[in-house]
Write a protein that binds this ligand. Structure first.
Ligand code: GLA
Length: 425
């Protein structure tokens, strides 16, 4: 007999608690008061996975789980950074010497996500900025595919925007959409150029543009966004997030290989981005005829995922936008699209791991409308669309299945769409 562990629920800290934790850490380490506290959320992507760098649509919501930064500008160009994990070794950098990953100015560790934003803003002509002291506190689970790094970048971006008086973010209530687009680009460059993770723009767009009560329709071709109401609670449902705690790491090459496969397929098909492929059957034939033999099946499978995921995401968005209250039948269609998305990510895109597949299988077997991995994969989290009264039972069943298999114990919470990045106090 295995002892069944209790479910571990990991709800978000309240905004007040997050801000207080960041402020207290600031004062303890740097002395005096921070000038303000800014917050930016993690995200779950409901559907539209591994299509952002192919120009396709995505549908994220922001989580109530967020990163909080307490910041005070400095009269010089130095940056001092601290998080609860680094109180004994405060990082010190200088804005004059930081540079891209692989260069002499390379920044190691999590500091890259924060100072990288300052670097990118200056590169975009919003400088010179002053140095700053910054204390970070975050409740976005790390390495869980929930965009903990985008949350750091975007919290820093809105803080630096405010402190330098750039006026790019506007406020949470009255966001400056265009200005936020500039902050998305800066946050993304921090991740791509300074941290060296060649990701698409999904995570930063979600953290910067999402609003509570809504999902974000992101068109990755031009990074344009619109809000669509997302209130599944009104239809008696919840989005259960299961952090499998299988470690996930995007800098390790697999993500880059998937991107390279997509670029190779696009080149053979004579398009810039796979979103531009018009005829699926013709594309499969062209890859069969023209891809090198050893790559043929793989490139066909990757392309099949991207094109089918784009179609599923469009169908999902159409349903959400056509009916605010989702009927049982529509919920089943949405769940089916999520299921197909996961299966495609498992079989054609090959980015799942056993923990993700088991969580998905158990959630489906216990009556979820649909379940799929979310984020980059290779570990990370699963989301399940479930009836409200089923959430606990499904969380328990996944917890038990993981214990039986000797997997790490999953962490679970219910995702409700929260606001994007902004000033807290
Ligand atoms: C990671 C990346 C995103 C996106 C997803 C997969 O989260 O940061 O840009 O590519 O994977 O959809």
């Amino acid at each position: 007999m295995t002892n069944t562990p209790d479910i571990i629920w990991t709800p978000a800290a309240s905004t007040e608690e997050g801000a207080r934790n960041a402020r207290e850490l600031f004062t303890r380490i740097f002395g005096g008061e921070a000038e303000g506290v800014w917050r930016a959320p993690g995200r779950v992507n409901i559907i539209g996975e591994h299509v952002d760098y192919n120009g396709g649509p995505c549908l994220p919501i922001a989580l109530p789980h967020a990163a909080y930064v307490a910041v005070r500008p400095r009269p010089d160009r130095r940056v001092r950074l601290v998080s609860p994990q680094t109180v004994d070794a405060v990082d010190e950098l200088n804005l004059d010497t930081i540079g891209p990953a692989g260069s002499e100015g390379e920044v190691k560790g999590w500091a890259a996500y924060l100072v990288g934003v300052a670097w990118a803003l200056e590169q975009a002509g919003y400088g010179p900025l002053t140095g700053f002291d910054i204390a970070l506190w975050s409740c976005v689970p790390l390495g869980a595919g929930l965009s903990s790094s985008a949350a750091l970048e975007c919290a820093t971006a809105v803080a630096l925007d405010d402190l330098a008086g750039l006026g790019l973010a506007g406020t949470v209530e009255a966001p400056n959409k265009e200005g936020r687009g500039i902050l998305v680009t800066a946050s993304r460059r921090a991740e791509n150029d300074i941290a060296g993770a060649n990701t698409g723009g999904l995570d930063q767009s979600a953290s910067m543009h999402c609003t509570h009560g809504h999902a974000l329709v992101l068109d990755s071709r031009d990074m344009s966004v619109r809000q669509t109401p997302f209130d599944i609670a009104a239809s008696g449902c919840e989005l259960l997030v299961i952090d499998t705690r299988a470690p996930h790491q995007l800098v390790d090459g697999q993500y880059g290989q998937r991107r390279a496969d997509c670029e190779a397929a696009a080149a053979i098909l004579g398009v810039n981005l796979l979103v531009d492929v018009e005829d699926y059957e013709a594309a499969m034939t062209a890859l069969a005829d023209n891809a090198p033999e050893e790559d043929r099946e793989r490139l066909q499978a990757r392309t099949r995922h991207v094109l089918s995921e784009i179609a599923r995401t469009k169908a999902f968005i159409d349903i959400l936008e056509s009916e605010p209250l989702l009927s049982e039948e529509k919920l089943q269609v949405l769940g089916g699209l999520m299921n197909d998305s996961h299966d495609s990510l498992r079989d054609d895109y090959e980015v799942t791991v056993p923990e993700l597949d088991v969580a998905v299988d158990v959630a489906r077997a216990r009556g979820a409308y649909g379940a799929r991995m979310t984020g980059g994969g290779f570990g990370g989290s699963v989301i399940a669309l479930v009836k409200t009264e089923q959430a606990e039972e499904i969380a328990r069943a996944v917890t038990e299945a993981f214990a039986e298999r000797g997997f790490a114990q999953p962490h679970v919470f219910v995702a409700t769409p929260a606001d994007g990045a902004g000033r807290v106090e």
